[in-house]
Ligand binder design. Structure first.
Ligand SMILES: [Zn+2]
Length: 454
């Protein structure tokens, strides 16, 4: 049973004595993951291996809610298991939670790193290795917090819940779908998966799109008989982009939230197809090298072209509305006369009953989030950050964090923070700083303390 009031000194080890930091390193070391290298495999192959958290078999494929009050219960869902840990408080319904610390990591190619990505190494204040910033550092940090609560047993009115996520980008594994997190709605939920120690108050939505341009392949010396898919793509995309920026201009709220950029819509990849697959094969069989190059000859006007890109959308616009508008632009552009380039450039060949066409498709889109700046959760996070870090400067980015928009829409008071380094996020030679993580620990303790005073 809880027996002591909460203070930083009861939860954290006294100054000059560092078991807390050492435990953090030890926890961190334990969750570092090294992909198994099969004999003869190319070393770089390791970069594509799926990480394997060292969960006991009983924890796999289950979500576990562990509470020191009612012991444990498991709920089976498909995919890897999540871990939900609760330190119970005395007031029913009074709760705060730390969520978002995920156990999966991005890929790493050891050939490109200056140190081993798959084991923890310590260089002064630096904790180095894949996942140190995103997000094993946070798994270790919140593990340490819950461990300290369990050891020191402060008497708390609030229950403190930690949700460790097995696979962040696999929504099938998300324990929120099973209603397991519903009781967290009655208090602030701190999503711990950002960086730089400051509250991150806004994130962007993302709409991955693909535009296919169909023209007509022909000899470049007979340009009047071709529909140049590449030019159609350039002009079509230019029109789509100008309409997008007209309809979704910088939003006044972006200044309030400190977004570095407004919403953007841009191409990031493109490819051209010059010949039909059958024709390519024929050319290869005939060893006609000029035409056999799948990249096409310089003397060919391409008949097909594909451009892909994304929309990064600030949370003040609606993702579905943007997707609808983009489709409307494309439908309209397919009926109008786009600008041409030169006297024989054209998108219609009436004699052949041909018209160049744009076709739009989307991959799975996600929405951004604007945190509630009037909530208790936001204020305690800012106060704690100011006390521990020395200043508070909330920021927003059009990077995307999955799931948190859903949580906000479902009525959770979601706030986000993190104690790794943005500069090493998803980067080679990833590391975090032990002092930053320790500050994160103090921020969490102060958040709990402030909420006790309500
Ligand atoms: Zn992350």
């Amino acid at each position: 049973m809880p027996s002591q009031p909460l203070s930083t000194s009861t939860v954290k080890a006294p100054k000059g004595f560092l078991p807390s930091e050492l435990l953090l390193i030890e926890t961190h070391r334990r969750i570092q993951i090294r992909p198994k290298q099969s004999a003869g495999a190319h070393p770089a192959r390791g970069s594509n291996r799926k990480p394997r958290p060292r969960l006991s078999p009983s924890l796999q494929h289950r979500n576990w809610w562990w509470s020191s009050r009612d012991q444990s219960c498991g709920v089976s869902l498909s995919g890897r298991g999540n871990l939900i840990v609760e330190y119970p408080g005395s007031v029913p319904g009074k709760i705060l939670s730390f969520v978002g610390m995920h156990m999966d990591v991005v890929t790493a190619n050891p050939d490109e790193w200056e140190f081993d990505p798959f084991s923890l190494s310590i260089d002064g204040d630096k904790l180095r290795g894949r996942g140190t910033t995103d997000c094993h550092g946070h798994v270790a940090l919140v593990t340490e917090l819950m461990k300290r609560l369990g050891e020191t047993k402060p008497a708390l009115k609030s229950s403190v819940v930690a949700v460790f996520i097995a696979k962040l980008f696999d929504s099938r594994c998300w324990c929120g779908h099973a209603g397991l997190l519903d009781k967290l709605k009655s208090g602030p939920l701190f999503w711990i998966d950002t960086a730089d120690k400051q509250p991150c108050i806004g994130t962007g939505g993302m709409i991955p799109w693909k535009l296919h341009f169909t023209g007509k392949l022909f000899h470049s010396g007979l340009a009047h008989k071709a529909i140049n898919a590449m030019v159609l793509g350039m002009e079509g995309l230019k029109e789509i982009q100008s309409r997008f920026y007209r309809d979704f201009p910088p939003h006044p709220q972006e200044k309030v939230y400190g977004f570095a950029t407004p919403s953007t819509m841009k191409p990031t990849q493109w490819s051209c197809k010059f010949l039909s697959n059958d024709f390519q094969m024929l050319c290869l069989l005939n060893s006609n090298r000029i035409f056999a190059d799948p990249g096409g000859g310089i003397n060919q006007i391409p008949g097909e072209c594909t451009v892909s890109g994304d929309v990064r959308l600030t949370p003040f616009y609606d993702v579905k509305e943007v997707m609808k508008k983009l489709q409307e632009y494309v439908d309209d552009i397919n009926t109008i006369n786009l600008a041409t380039r030169g006297p024989v450039s054209k998108y219609v060949l009436p004699d052949e009953d041909l018209r160049g066409r744009l076709t739009l498709s989307f991959d799975e889109a996600s929405a951004g989030v604007a945190c509630n700046l009037d909530s208790r959760g936001y204020h305690v996070l800012c106060n704690a950050t100011k006390e521990v870090v020395g200043h508070v400067k909330p920021y927003s980015i059009t990077g995307t964090l999955p799931l948190i928009r859903d949580l906000k829409d479902e009525g959770f008071d979601v706030q986000t923070s993190g104690y790794g380094l943005m500069a090493t996020y998803h980067a080679k030679n990833e590391y975090c700083l032990l002092t930053d993580m320790c500050q994160g620990f103090d921020v969490f303790v102060r958040i709990i303390s402030q909420l006790e005073q309500d």
